[in-house]
Design a protein around this ligand. Structure first.
Ligand SMILES: O=C(O)CCC(=O)C(=O)O
Length: 257
């Protein structure tokens, strides 16, 4: 078993206070190359049948999104289920964690589309909403010019806010007037570094103004025992779940205690 990524008490406290944290050099060397190559191959295969000349809708202009690669591509699986990443999630969350899902988020150059300010958890079919978190892994350097993430610290305490429509976003201050005056923190990342954010923390990414692809994968963890809340979601729609069922089984493995 590999050693845990060193997390200090101060970092855990900062994550719990701010609802996000940046962790540097989490994946390095050959592991980073394997992660980047396997996700790139999977995204290529997932998107192979798309017509490159199609007219892209506003959501598709934000990023190419490929969901649950770990479950469909054997080479991605050990990267996403990596125990060091899962242990980071479990220590920050303070509970054993299951995988909720992953998604590759490749921001194409020059579409001009930002990722609007939003919270994640309101989109998810979960009864418990407070502790889910995302580890966002930069597979190549993420910078202001290619669309790295920014966060509004402390906004994970803002509950019951209407979900933002990413393809046609509402004004942030209309949806969440509490965010007026908060100062965003922008996190540039070297490849292999990560940000971790609580699913309730407001976050944003600018457009990719560089000439290359912004390559990232987001791995989302939920507390062990999370139960189903009946709203449409592509991961759970095929599963025939009832309100209150535990999300369990091969799609939602327990990955760290
Ligand atoms: O990668 C992006 O542009 C947005 C990422 C995001 O919203 C997330 O990981 O929750």
């Amino acid at each position: 078993m590999t050693a845990d990524y060193p997390l200090t008490i101060q970092q855990i406290t900062a994550y719990q206070r701010d609802g996000y944290i940046q962790l540097n050099d989490v994946i390095t060397g050959a592991d980073l190359t394997a992660f980047r190559d396997s996700v790139n191959d999977a995204v290529k295969q997932d998107t192979a049948t798309l017509d490159p000349n199609r007219v892209k809708g506003s959501y598709e202009q934000i990023f190419i999104q490929c969901v649950n690669l770990w479950h469909r591509y054997p080479k991605v699986k050990p990267c996403v289920l990596d125990h060091r990443l899962a242990r980071i999630a479990a220590r920050l969350m303070g509970t054993p964690v299951q995988i909720w899902h992953d998604h590759a988020l490749f921001k194409e150059p020059h579409t001009g589309a930002k990722t609007p300010w939003h919270q994640d958890t309101p989109y998810w079919p979960h009864e418990q909403k407070m502790h889910q978190l995302t580890i966002w892994v930069a597979l190549r350097d993420a910078t202001v010019s290619n669309g790295c993430l920014s966060f509004l610290p402390g906004t994970h305490r803002y509950l019951d806010i209407e979900p933002v429509n990413l393809g046609n976003p509402q004004d942030l201050y209309a949806v969440a007037p509490q965010t007026k005056g908060l100062k965003p923190v922008t996190c540039e990342l070297k490849a292999g570094s990560v940000t971790v954010h609580n699913g309730m923390t407001f976050h944003y990414a600018g457009p990719n103004r560089s000439d290359g692809m912004r390559e990232a994968i987001a791995i989302i963890y939920m507390p062990e025992g999370t139960t189903y809340h009946k709203v449409p979601h592509p991961v759970t729609d095929p599963l025939n779940l009832k309100q209150g069922d535990k999300l369990s089984g091969e799609l939602f493995p327990l990955v760290a205690n």
